[in-house]
Design a protein around this ligand. Sequence first.
Ligand SMILES: NC(=O)c1ccc[n+]([C@@H]2O[C@H](COP(=O)([O-])OP(=O)(O)OC[C@H]3O[C@@H](n4cnc5c(N)ncnc54)[C@H](OP(=O)(O)O)[C@@H]3O)[C@@H](O)[C@H]2O)c1
Length: 199
Amino acid sequence: MTIGIIGSGAIGTAFARTLSRAGVEATISNSRGPESLKDLVRELGPSIKAGTREEAARADIVFVAVNWTKLRAAMAHLPDWKGRIVIDANNPIEAPLFKPADLGGRVSSAVFADLVPGARVVKAFNHLRAELLATDPNSDGGRRVLFYSGDDTAAKAEIAALIERLGFAGIDLGPLRVGGKLAQFPGGPLPNQNLIKIS
Ligand SMILES: NC(=O)c1ccc[n+]([C@@H]2O[C@H](COP(=O)([O-])OP(=O)(O)OC[C@H]3O[C@@H](n4cnc5c(N)ncnc54)[C@H](OP(=O)(O)O)[C@@H]3O)[C@@H](O)[C@H]2O)c1
């Protein structure tokens, strides 16, 4: 299983850090190219390498964390998704105005899914601030909770396994129209809830 990351900002880097901590390999990318990521990957450790957006997009699991208004360009002209898994870690709002995007009444993951036709979209890794996502998930005698949702059961099972491998406690919120809404920021009740599962 290969992992690619599109977006090397706060959330893309936080995800890469959790992978690196667990020794999981991945290719991270941004809009400026691998040269711009040299220092970052050196700091992240040997399991994370820098690549182009196209290289990252070829992975079995592609993690996307890009500013909402730049998503369309970031997902354009990529190879066919052909059922590969895409993790939507994005939220429909961005600095500096923090004005919620107009989604036409849809769940943001449904809008995102239109940008990656043929991919199996799983919403995950979007409900915590980047600083918290990057820290050790073992906390207060338990494991930090990450929510995930999606319409493809097998894809969700793969992301659930990855979440567990990274040391988090995963909770399945159901299909995108339900779970995506619960975990969506702004609007859902779950963003920024730093929950620990004791078991
Ligand atoms: N920050 C948080 O705490 C947080 C928490 C939960 C969810 N989120 C969501 O996660 C997403 C990313 O947020 P962030 O805070 O990580 O943003 P960020 O720090 O501004 O990073 C955005 C990244 O997107 C990349 N990007 C922009 N256009 C691109 C393109 N055309 N092709 C490839 N990469 C492109 C940028 O690369 P360049 O710099 O090279 O342009 C940058 O690495 C947003 O949707 C946000 O709502 C953020």
